[in-house]
Design a protein around this ligand. Structure first.
Ligand code: AMP
Length: 111
């Protein structure tokens, strides 16, 4: 069975899209933790950061910069939770892009 983000890629589950190309998709997180909270995913399913082929990342980095441009963001934070104890809940590689265009993001204690 497809994972939830594969279903979003296929349009089987609705999402609020920011932008996409043939390999990547950016859409708004359903439960935002900052004024801007976007998820960036490869359309192909990879479980997590450390099981994703290295050649994906340069292309993904380029796409992430395009997303920032689309959102007119100069300052933002990128987060990838790799594994359950790191906080990963959806096992389809994703990068969180979070930003506060009107001020500074906090840097919370995590434990
Ligand atoms: P992580 O905990 O790093 O795996 O992050 C998973 C993220 O996916 C969480 O921030 C969720 O709020 C988000 N999420 C889960 N389901 C959806 C959905 N259908 N549309 C948008 N974001 C989602």
């Amino acid at each position: 069975m497809d994972c939830i983000f594969c279903k979003i890629v296929k349009g089987e589950i609705p999402s609020k899209k920011v932008t996409e190309n043939d390999k990547f998709l950016a859409f708004y997180d359903i439960n935002p933790i900052a004024p801007v909270h976007v998820l960036i995913i490869p359309k192909e399913h990879f479980e997590k950061f450390d099981s994703t082929p290295d050649e994906i990342f340069p292309q993904m980095a380029e796409f992430i910069k395009e997303v920032a441009k689309t959102l007119n963001l100069s300052d933002y934070r990128l987060i990838t939770n790799n594994g359950k104890n790191a906080g990963q809940e959806v096992f389809h590689l994703h990068v969180h892009m979070v930003a506060n265009p009107d001020g500074k993001l906090k840097w919370p204690k995590l434990v």
